[in-house]
Write a protein that binds this ligand. Structure first.
Ligand code: SF4
Length: 238
């Protein structure tokens, strides 16, 4: 019997993203640029970002070692997903992007200033974070509670290998649905894109907890040591 279920992708072409000056200045935590200059850059970025997303809900049909089989017939290999998810659970695969216009415009808009170029990059990250939060909150409404986010390649990549992008891209077809391509090394183009899995979990997973990288300005939690899998670590293919 074929138990595969058809995938129903949802594409959002215009995610409402508000780029707020005061909020961004709090996020940026750098005081070397004048507020009015940041405001000008933000205004320009509002015209350049194109926040879009594609996502789909699937069920976890089976978990074997580090392999999470999905109701779509696809599988994700990940130590952390295999440990945190439950068979029968509904999860969402997603790709969110702000498009490529901002990153292409940075050399021109920064007018040779490294600080302006850096600020524009940060505005892109801020916009992408807000677009991603919008999709996350929608998924939370559907799933009925808070979710964790798992992105292939995040942290050291040992817990969820970047190669697993292939499965997410197979399910969601982002080149066609939102204009995001995958390079041979599994990086997304445009760069200002994020992908992964949203799922309700017993405790909130944040990759930074298990990432030893020093001096990361995006760190959200202190490093708490290497992650040691409880169930599937012995035979899983790291
Ligand atoms: S510490 Fe930095 S590199 Fe490591 S997972 Fe967090 S944001 Fe990513």
């Amino acid at each position: 019997m074929n138990s595969q279920q058809p995938i129903q992708r949802k594409v959002i072409d215009h995610i409402p993203v508000e780029l707020d000056l005061e909020e961004f200045l709090r996020v940026l935590r750098v005081r070397r640029l004048k507020k009015k200059d940041v405001d000008l850059l933000l205004r320009r970025c509002r015209q350049l970002i194109e926040p879009k997303a594609v996502y789909a809900f699937v069920n976890v049909s089976r978990i074997e070692m580090d392999k999470v089989k999905l109701s779509s017939g696809d599988s994700l290999r990940s130590i952390i997903l295999a440990e945190m998810l439950e068979e029968g659970q509904k999860i969402a695969l997603y790709v969110v992007t702000i498009g490529g216009r901002l990153e292409k415009a940075i050399p021109r808009e920064s007018e040779g200033s490294i600080l302006k170029a850096w600020t524009l990059e940060k505005i892109g990250d801020y916009a992408l974070g807000k677009a991603s939060a919008h999709i996350r909150s929608h998924v939370e409404e559907v799933l009925g509670g808070a979710v964790s986010s798992f992105s292939p390649g995040s942290g050291t990549g040992k817990l969820f290998d970047i190669k697993q992008q292939k499965t997410i891209f197979k399910v969601l077809d982002p080149p066609r649905t939102v204009g995001v391509d995958l390079t041979r090394s599994h990086l997304m183009v445009p760069r200002k894109s994020v992908s992964g899995v949203f799922a309700a979990t017993r405790w909130e997973y944040i990759a930074c907890q298990f990432c030893p990288r020093e001096r990361c300005e995006s760190r959200r939690r202190p490093f708490s040591g290497e992650y040691y899998p409880l169930n599937c670590g012995q035979k899983a293919s790291l």
